[in-house]
Each structure stands twice: as structure tokens, then as C-alpha cells.
Design a protein around this ligand. Structure first.
Ligand code: GLA
Length: 401
């Protein structure tokens, strides 16, 4: 017995050493979440319909994987044993059967709760029930947890999220852990060891550049959301991503704005979580969401978030290093009218201190692949002359000649 003592001790230490699940979300998670369109009005029929659309409409094929139900899935009270219960009217067959259905489509299932006593919608929160809830999710086969920050009083954010991380780890089923703390306690500074993505801002809303004031809090348009956090790109990387919130593509902006929103999320290596009704989206919306060449920029294995390199005549130039010495460059027109531009590559030497790489157009010539028209034409040897519609983008993949 004595000679096995050390092994038993080592085994015990490994068992209790809590951590996040590694090797998950090595590229930004891709999926769908119910909140932006449906708020708490979700049910079994909707979720199954969305799962069907993932497959039927080519979203699964484009790389979307996680189907996440947000707030509103629970009954207002826990049961006699303190377990969470799915709302019996919305989910008459319980949650496990919904998870099984989603898994049967080759997808993964995500769920929502909150670090506080109650969720933002007033349903039972996980505070004090973290280990119990994690076990329940594992028994249902949950693969992703979005964990919110309402009703947390004076809780310490890092500590509260670590408790849930440890609970998930102890439950033993690998779960992508999405911290939804709105950037209030700078989660980019401590989030890497806790979760796989962290919200950097408050809630997004379906407009380009507005603030929607709800009294005690506001939700923010796409551009506001992007501009709110400027210096945090160095904190993102494989397995730990800055999350500027779920997408509003297909929820009412112009096609140019939707295209720019999607492109920016791809450039920012943001989680690509769709927020529209997939069952009724237009072809135009589907084409945006399933553009594999733009998605490849988001899913690039280097995992470096783009930087805003320059703003020339209200056209922003965003640059993202990619593997194999390739780059993505995006021109975004902020004006409310079409803007013509003349960008002489040769005048620019772009250094990225995060990736530790320099793009010197005098030393190297790159071929240009337009990722929306999907045409390869021209090189960086000649100035780029183009016009960009209002709130629209031009985005290129640059590869060596
Ligand atoms: C917060 C989150 C949203 C959503 C709602 C649900 O506002 O930031 O993304 O989950 O709560 O009530």
C-alpha cells in the first residue's frame, strides 16, 4: 500500500486542482443566442426550429456550432431539492430532450445563468448553487455556459466567476465558459485563467451608432460598442477572447451596416454569435453570415485581434495579421455618404507589436483578394483607388506574390 501512497496523493491533487477547460475555443466560438431577437420568449419549438435552420441554411457548414438559450428558460423557483427547473410550459419535455435534439443535429448546446441571486430577467441565479447547477448542466449535456452579472451586490467579479469555473470543472463535462460581466471589472485582465470569452461592453442593440437609454443603463450600437474599448487587443488569443456581444446582423440595419458589423467582428477575432431569427432570414443576411472567406479571417489560427491602424478622410483602416505571413486589411467608411479613396500601400510600414510582425510594402508585394466580391485582382505595388459606400467596408486578404 505504502508504495502507492504518492500516486494516490498525486491523483487527488490533480483531481482538486481546479482550472478552466483547456483546448476549447482555440478559435473564437461560433453560434447563435436567443436574446437579441426573442428576449425571454423562448420555447422548445423555437429552439428545435433554430437547430433545423443551422443545418438547412448552411450555417453549420459555415462553422457555426453552439446553439445557446439565454435568459427566460427557467421556472421562477427551484424545486424542493434546490435544482433549477426548465419552465414546464415553454419546455414541456424538459431541457434534456432539447439538448438531445440539438446534439442529434451535430451541434453543441449552450445555456444561460447568472452569478447573482437572480438573473437579469428575475429568474433564479446560481449564487450559492454553483456546484449543484454545474452538475445539472453536465447531466443534461450542456457544452457552453453564458454567465451574467445582474443582482450580484458586492460580489467580487473575479472570485464569483472562478467559483463557477471550478464548479464546471468539478462536474467534469467540458464547457466553454462565457463571462458576461460587461467589462465592468476589466475581465480582460483576469479572464484568461477563468473563461474562454468575456464581454467587454454593455448590451448591443440593432443600430449602427446609437445609444438606447433605458434609464439606469444603455445599450449601444455597433460602432459605439467597437469604440468603447480601444486598448485591449493584447489580452485576446486562442482560448480567451474579447467579446463585444452577440451580433445584430439581420436585425434591421442596412445591408452595408450589416456587412461592416460582420466584417468588424471577424477582424476583431470576436466570438461570432448570431442574434437573428435564422428561420426567416433573407438570402442577403444568410450570404453575409456564411461568407466563408471572411469567417476564415475570424477563425485564423494565429488568433490575433485586428488593430485600427489609421483613419484617413473618415475611412478607418483595420489590419489583422494572419498565419503564413498573410494579413487582412479592412477599409471602413464612417461617413454618411460614399467616399472615394486612394490608398498608396507603398507609403505605409505597419508594425504590429502584439503579433511582433511588420508589414513593409516597399520590401514585399502582396496580392489582393477582395473578400466580399471574392475576386483576386491587383497588388500592393499600385495605389488602391476605390470608392466605399456609406458605412460599408472593403476588405482584402493579402497574400505573398
Ligand atoms: C444581460 C446580458 C444580455 C442578456 C440579458 C438577459 O443584459 O448582458 O446579453 O443575457 O442580460 O436578461
Amino acid at each position: 500500500m505504502k508504495k502507492y501512497g504518492w500516486f494516490i496523493l498525486l491523483f487527488a491533487v490533480v483531481q482538486v486542482r481546479a482550472q478552466k477547460f483547456d483546448s476549447l475555443a482555440l478559435t473564437p466560438p461560433m453560434g447563435w443566442n436567443s436574446w437579441n431577437t426573442f428576449s425571454v420568449n423562448i420555447d422548445e419549438k423555437l429552439i428545435k426550429g433554430i437547430a433545423d435552420s443551422f443545418v438547412k441554411d448552411g450555417l453549420k457548414d459555415a462553422g457555426y456550432q453552439y446553439l445557446v438559450i439565454d435568459d427566460g428558460w427557467m421556472a421562477k423557483e427551484r424545486d424542493a431539492k434546490g435544482n433549477l427547473v426548465a419552465d414546464p410550459v415553454k419546455f414541456p419535455n424538459g431541457m434534456k430532450s432539447v439538448v438531445d435534439y440539438v446534439h442529434s443535429k451535430g451541434l453543441k448546446f449552450g445555456i444561460y445563468n447568472c452569478a447573482g441571486n437572480k438573473t437579469c430577467g428575475g429568474y433564479p441565479g446560481s449564487r450559492g448553487h454553483e456546484y449543484q447547477d454545474a452538475l445539472l448542466y453536465a447531466s443534461w449535456g450542456v457544452d457552453y455556459l453564458k454567465y451574467d452579472w445582474c443582482n450580484t451586490e458586492k460580489l467580487n467579479a473575479e472570485g464569483a466567476y472562478m467559483t463557477m469555473r471550478d464548479a464546471l470543472y468539478a462536474a467534469g463535462r467540458p464547457v466553454v465558459f462565457s463571462l458576461c460581466e460587461w467589462g465592468e471589472n476589466q475581465p480582460w485582465k483576469w479572464g484568461e485563467k477563468v473563461g474562454h470569452l468575456w464581454r467587454t461592453t454593455g448590451d448591443i442593440t440593432n443600430c449602427w451608432d446609437c445609444e438606447d437609454n433605458h434609464g439606469t443603463w444603455s445599450s449601444w450600437g455597433v460602432l459605439r460598442t467597437v469604440n468603447m474599448r480601444k486598448d485591449i487587443r493584447q489580452y485576446a488569443g486562442p482560448g480567451h477572447w474579447n467579446d463585444p456581444d452577440m451580433m445584430e446582423v439581420g436585425n434591421g440595419m442596412t445591408v452595408q451596416e450589416d456587412r461592416s458589423h460582420f466584417t468588424l467582428w471577424c477582424m476583431l477575432a470576436a466570438p461570432l454569435i448570431m442574434g437573428n431569427d435564422l428561420r426567416s432570414m433573407t438570402n442577403q443576411t444568410r450570404e453575409i453570415l456564411t461568407n466563408k472567406e471572411i469567417i476564415a479571417v475570424n477563425q485564423d489560427a494565429l488568433g490575433v485581434q485586428a488593430m485600427r491602424y489609421a483613419t484617413v478622410d473618415s475611412v478607418e483602416v483595420w489590419v489583422k495579421p494572419l498565419v503564413n505571413n498573410e494579413w487582412a486589411v479592412c477599409f471602413l467608411n464612417l461617413k454618411s455618404k460614399t467616399q472615394s479613396m486612394d490608398f498608396n500601400w507603398q507609403e505605409h510600414t505597419i508594425t504590429d507589436v502584439v503579433a511582433n510582425r511588420t508589414l513593409d510594402f516597399k520590401k514585399e508585394t502582396f496580392q489582393l483578394r477582395n473578400l466580399w466580391t471574392k475576386k483576386t485582382s491587383g497588388t500592393t505595388a499600385k495605389p488602391l483607388q476605390a470608392s466605399v459606400a456609406s458605412h460599408d467596408v472593403l476588405v482584402f486578404r493579402l497574400s505573398r506574390k
